[in-house]
Write a protein that binds this ligand. Structure first.
Ligand SMILES: Cc1cc2nc3c(=O)[nH]c(=O)nc-3n(C[C@H](O)[C@H](O)[C@H](O)COP(=O)(O)OP(=O)(O)OC[C@H]3O[C@@H](n4cnc5c(N)ncnc54)[C@H](O)[C@@H]3O)c2cc1C
Length: 390
């Protein structure tokens, strides 16, 4: 979010300083996530379609915006097949509710003026329910009760991260201040409409014409120092997943076990894979304004955790074993998921199933951005840069 905003602003003539507590940009959630470019299909527990409607414009415009930002085609990073949604028997929505919901989402997607701009053209897309033999080819588990193919794709987030790092280096108006932790933000004078300064582990920086807080987890702690009190409910979940490279090409589909605390497998290009099993990978679930330091809870290289993620996926999708058998390396990596919601994914009433409350809050010349999703970041960044340049 911060890097996208910085590049858009620099190209409009702003001098931008990017602060990050890590050694390199893109070391956190935006490198270590699944890269699903959401059109809303996963949010069947929000039948109001508010979540889907909110994420669709960002999802459809992700590709052209990233290509504009990094100056190269996104094609090599895009999954080649649509995602399979496999309905678990403990899903928070039944297979028929899921199908009805997805049909409504598809109508919205098809009708959107930017439908041709998605990772693949979705202006004439459909949801397809798998017949029994198609489903039997994927799994014999009685826990999977239906399969739906939805026109949703993903990108390989590591590939995108590397392109961003190169693009940032080309921007003469951007300075990177790495390994600097932000601790507070204040107006330099009496008014929030004047300039701002920030407090960091390396001292005070500023004055700045604008401060944009896109820190993701812990963002609200800085907001409090700036005069914005948290409202509503929220949670910060630290999730670990597997990022696998195989020695040879493995032809497996991209499948999401939905909807609830299950898992998924993503095949980006036949050799790079993402695998998750939600209950195993969830290391922290905190509703503190400032979540705890992950180093205490994150497992950095536990063979037991890796084995468990594979075993749980393989018990439902036996072909996932091919990825393990062919693995050249398996990284266990993680990132935070901030959400304006709380609860358990197994609970249909959990507000985590409704993800429509994200976006930009303004306090004078201080902006705080709840990115929402990876897929929505470039769209929000463009809109923020546009409004600052007006
Ligand atoms: C396992 C997992 C799977 C996911 N899957 C998807 C998906 O398929 N599709 C999707 O759209 N989204 C997905 N997400 C969510 C997505 O990763 C995030 O919404 C998105 O990456 C947030 O981007 P961001 O720039 O706001 O945060 P980040 O990429 O985390 O960037 C925030 C930056 O702020 C820095 N920072 C934080 N605090 C401070 C501080 N105090 N001082 C200085 N620097 C600080 C961090 O080091 C980091 O570089 C997933 C997340 C996880 C963890």
């Amino acid at each position: 979010m911060g890097c996208s905003t910085a590049i858009f602003l620099a190209r409009k003539g702003f001098h931008v300083s990017i602060f990050d507590k890590e050694k390199h940009p893109f070391s956190a959630a935006s490198r270590w996530n699944e890269g699903k470019i959401h059109l809303g299909f996963i949010y069947s527990a929000d039948p109001s379609l508010r979540t889907a409607s909110h994420v669709i414009p960002g999802g459809l415009n992700f590709r052209p915006l990233i290509e504009e930002l990094v100056g190269t085609s996104l094609a090599p990073a895009i999954t080649s097949e649509d995602d399979l949604y496999l309905c678990h028997r403990d899903s928070v929505t039944s297979a028929s509710e899921m199908m009805t919901y997805m049909e409504k989402v598809v109508e919205r997607v098809r009708a959107h003026p930017d439908a041709k701009r998605y990772l693949a053209d979705v202006s004439d897309c459909r949801v397809q329910r798998l017949n029994s033999s198609q489903l039997a080819n994927l799994t014999s588990s009685p826990d999977i009760v239906a399969g739906l193919r939805a026109p949703e794709r993903s990108v390989e987030t590591n590939w995108v991260a590397e392109k961003f790092i190169s693009a940032l280096a080309e921007e003469k108006l951007i300075e990177l201040l790495m390994e600097v932790r932000i601790t507070a933000a204040h107006p330099t004078g009496d008014s929030a409409e004047g300039t701002w300064s920030i407090e960091t582990s390396e001292g005070t920086f500023g004055p700045y014409d604008y401060v944009i807080n896109s820190l993701w987890q812990g963002r609200m702690a800085i907001d409090q120092t700036a005069g914005i009190e948290p409202t509503g409910t929220w949670s910060n979940r630290y999730r670990q997943s597997l990022f696998v490279r195989t020695r040879t090409t493995v032809n497996t589909p991209c499948a999401v076990i939905a909807t609830g605390p299950f898992g998924d497998i993503k095949n980006y290009n036949g050799r790079d894979f993402y695998l998750s099993w939600y209950p195993d990978g969830l290391r922290v679930d905190s509703s503190d304004v400032l979540p705890p330091d992950i180093k205490e809870s994150a497992v950095s290289d536990s063979q037991a955790l890796k084995d468990s993620i594979f075993q749980n996926l393989e018990s439902l999708l036996p072909w996932a074993a091919q990825v393990r058998e062919q693995a050249e390396y398996i990284y266990l990596e993680g990132g935070w998921v901030f959400a304006a919601g709380q609860g358990l994914l197994s609970d249909p009433k959990s507000t985590l199933h409704r993800r429509s409350d994200y976006g930009i809050t303004r306090h004078g010349r201080y902006f705080s951005v709840d990115t929402g999703k990876y897929s929505t970041a470039p769209f929000l960044a463009k809109s923020l840069a546009h409004s600052l340049a007006e």
